[in-house]
Design a protein around this ligand. Sequence first.
Ligand SMILES: Nc1nc2c(ncn2[C@@H]2O[C@H](COP(=O)(O)OP(=O)(O)OP(=O)(O)O)[C@@H](O)[C@H]2O)c(=O)[nH]1
Length: 244
Amino acid sequence: MRLIQNMSTIAEFATAECASNRTIKIAVIGAGGVGKTALVVRFLTRRFIGDYERNAGNLYSREVQVDGGEQVAIQVQDTPGVDMTGNGLSLPDHVTCSIQWADAVVLVYSVTDRSSFDLISQLHQLVSRAGGANLPPVILLANKADLLHMRQVDSQQGPVLASALGCSFYEVSASEDYSQVHGAFHRLCCLMAKQQPAVAPTTGVPEKKGRSPLIPRPKSPNMQDLKRRFKQALSAKVRTVTSV
Ligand SMILES: Nc1nc2c(ncn2[C@@H]2O[C@H](COP(=O)(O)OP(=O)(O)OP(=O)(O)O)[C@@H](O)[C@H]2O)c(=O)[nH]1
């Protein structure tokens, strides 16, 4: 019973109608398995749910209160994992499309996976190329900080890389610490809200031009998918409990 209540709270929280007149679009990019989905779901729902299917690219939306109390709509695109192959980067189309679509980018690596860290510079280059003169704000997240015994990337290396790339850095644990994850995404939202023009109340037209609306939008928001993932995760937990 408690689980069902929790689930409906999660669904309501994450699917809240966005009454805001502007939308901040954030793409979350990194190697497979670094915890992109876990981070996005943690930020949007406060919950950490350990089991996810391999992500094919989902878009989530909700409202966020930024500095000054204003409510802004955000869309967060969780992208499929980018991996290194013998021929270089294996970059799903979806990721390229998401980079072009986004107003801001969250690059993620796992401190337990050196190759995911090594990928970051190349991903940043792709973001820079796609943005041209209009480079979107980028933040770098080092995830899985709780897995001390599995660490492959020193805690000093993240800040050094972030400073070389000119972006903010946060070391977080999606599983252990909601406030770190929330803080990183929330600061990005506040920054974006400051940068993006509000819609002029009389004309309904943005006061300044943002990134092109003609760029094809990545796969559509899929809150049903979010609910389905919660159902799957919860039923797996129930199965585990009943089988003990
Ligand atoms: N210990 C720990 N495990 C985490 C953390 N974040 C994610 N995980 C686990 O790492 C695994 C991969 O997480 P996902 O969120 O599916 O990673 P992803 O980057 O979306 O993966 P793809 O869908 O393959 O691109 C899951 O088993 C998560 O439970 C974390 O902060 N700490």
